[in-house]
Design a protein around this ligand. Structure first.
Ligand code: GTB
Length: 216
């Protein structure tokens, strides 16, 4: 059965591929699995029908054969577990790839999100100019360590995996800052991920939603 995912009908990122359905679309494209998309407004995301799928009233969700999932990490992991191409078969390499997925979501993404929220909601506070550099230094700390680990490699653990998909998906959120460029190997890593045909297809699909919405 073709899976159905949910996405914003009118994404606040204006089609820049930053909403989290992008990571799910990308994973599905990597494994060559066709999918359907149900588009939702913010209001629809908070209605009972969607809350039954996603307790926090967010996107993305994933439905297939009576299974309903939420949380991008869980969805991408499910896709990677059920299709070849995103997780190595060798057990240790597989466990390491899964570890990178967790590292992306639990170690890299939180300080990045904290900075985004601060920029969106705290800019007018008297202490904002003092807090922002502190938040950016927390991100720098993580990027520095990740940069050392990646070194000159193309991907985090030899072949591209769901760990790289999740890590690049998280790092992409920094593209509008100069933080990534402080580490040329990380900037190149993200560019390599974006150049993947599966990423390109996923990006085009989510951009088409925004373009269609814009044009009424
Ligand atoms: N932990 C969950 C997951 O990983 O799936 C988080 C899901 C989540 O935050 N979903 C957001 C959402 O539904 C959309 S992606 N928000 C609506 C709500 O909570 O009511 C987050 C997002 C939104 C906007 C931009 N942007 O404009 O750049 C980027 C990312």
């Amino acid at each position: 059965m073709t899976p159905t995912i949910t996405a914003f009908v009118n994404s606040p990122d204006r089609g820049r591929g930053l909403a989290r359905d992008m990571r799910v679309r990308w994973a599905l494209e990597e494994v060559g699995e066709p999918y359907k998309v149900r588009l939702l407004s913010f209001a629809e995301m908070k209605e009972p029908a969607h809350l039954a799928l996603h307790p926090f009233g967010q996107i993305p969700t994933y439905e297939e054969d009576g299974l309903a999932l939420f949380e991008t990490g869980a969805i991408v992991f499910h896709i990677a577990e059920h299709h070849a191409g995103l997780l190595p078969v060798e057990p240790h390499a597989r466990a390491r790839a899964i570890t990178w997925m967790f590292a992306a979501l639990n170690t890299m993404e939180p300080p990045i999100l904290e900075r985004e929220y601060a920029m969106l909601t705290e800019r007018d506070k008297p202490w904002a100019t003092e807090r922002l550099p502190m938040l950016e230094d927390r991100i720098r700390n993580r990027l520095g360590a990740l940069s050392v680990r990646l070194g000159e490699a193309d991907w985090l653990d030899s072949a591209f995996s769901a760990g790289d998909l999740m890590m690049a998906g998280v790092l992409l959120r920094l593209k509008s800052s100069n933080l990534l460029d402080e580490h040329p190997n990380l900037a190149a890593y993200v560019a390599r991920a974006e150049a993947r045909p599966a990423y390109q297809r996923a990006f085009a699909a989510q951009l088409a939603v925004f373009t269609a919405t814009e044009n009424g």
